[in-house]
Design a protein around this ligand. Structure first.
Ligand code: DGY
Length: 324
């Protein structure tokens, strides 16, 4: 008998077909239906939903969960591990398109692309613009990348090779390849904040990175600097950011993620011309979202077969010997 799997996000047709070759697939579209279907499921696949230990209490047969995302802050990983549930994610396939999103935020914020496009649309373009609407250069400036993982390194490549930028970074470990190929320099967070023209947050959300950037950190940035966040909203203390933008502590912000998503329409951030706000589109291209769904489906099929060796968040569940 094929194992029962619950999908809680719409999947491309070819991915559904692939899954159906290996599993019995149930598709649901809300948290309550997911929780109910987990009662006799062995696997689950989806994204963008907080999965609580309580939801798993009624899932005694569950063995594998495949999230269609690189981030796994929607899960209590130690709890999954205790229950013997393997968690797989989708790194690599989204690295380049997510780095493109970060760079589009850098360019849009620096060159005031959204603000000026709205200005043209509103019929304000009567003569050539003056200095009050000029932007600031990106090429040749200093980028500070907080967290040099896969996406951070792809961003460093764009910055150094495409835009001749000086690259500073913070990371738990040095990144010799980025240092050799992009001239990246590992510095303390304080140095990065003090020297970068663009501070780009590329860390996962963990208890250590929650509110990593608050009032004190924003105050250490240059007044001309721009904060870019396409990692997770809670990495920034949003109230402090709003205050810093109001006070002119920093020049602006390019944001793809927020403390509460969807961002409420009455957020003060949306009234600020020096803020570019996107609806968490990091990896949202047709090609990449398809690749992520396929990767997640492959991960799940292999995890249920006990053969998954890559993309595992808690490898000790499937390969206890190797993880010790
Ligand atoms: C990811 O893959 O983690 C993206 O941010 C979507 O949540």
């Amino acid at each position: 008998m094929k194992p029962l799997v619950v999908a809680y996000k719409p999947l491309p047709d070819d991915v559904v077909a692939e899954l159906r070759e290996h599993v019995e697939l149930v598709q649901v579209d809300n948290a309550a239906a997911l929780t109910k279907s987990l009662a006799n499921a062995e696997g689950a696949i989806g994204a963008s939903l907080k999965i609580t230990p309580q939801m798993l209490d009624s899932a005694p047969t569950l063995r594998a969960w495949s999230t269609i995302s690189v981030g796994y802050d929607n899960f209590d990983v130690p709890d999954l591990t205790r229950r013997g549930i393997a968690l797989a994610h989708t790194p690599d396939v989204l690295t380049e398109s997510t780095a493109d999103t970060v760079f589009s935020l850098i360019l849009a914020s620096a060159r005031r692309v959204v603000e000026l496009a709205e200005w043209v649309r509103a019929g304000n373009w009567q003569r050539s613009i003056g200095p009050e609407l000029y932007g600031t250069d990106v090429q040749g400036k200093t980028i500070g990348i907080v967290g040099l993982g896969r996406i951070g390194a792809a961003l460093a490549r764009r910055a150094a090779l495409g835009f001749r930028m000086r690259v500073l970074y913070t990371n738990r470990h040095p990144h010799p390849e980025a240092e050799a190929q992009y001239g990246a320099r590992r510095v303390t967070l304080d140095t990065l904040l003090a020297e970068a023209d663009f501070v780009c947050l590329q860390v996962p959300l963990t208890p250590e990175t929650q509110h990593l950037i608050g009032a004190a950190e924003l105050a250490k940035m240059k007044r001309s600097a721009i904060l870019i966040n396409a990692s997770r909203g809670p990495v920034v203390d949003e109230a402090a950011l709003i205050q810093a933008l109001r006070n002119g502590t920093i020049r602006g912000a390019g944001l793809d993620v927020f403390e509460h998503e969807p961002l409420p329409a009455d957020s003060p951030l949306l009234a600020m011309k020096n803020v570019v706000a996107l609806p968490h589109i990091g990896s949202a291209t047709h090609e990449t979202r398809h690749a992520m769904a396929r990767c997640a489906a492959d991960n799940l099929i292999k995890a249920l077969a006990g053969t998954l060796r890559e993309n595992l968040v808690n490898p000790q569940v499937l390969e206890p010997a190797r993880a010790q």
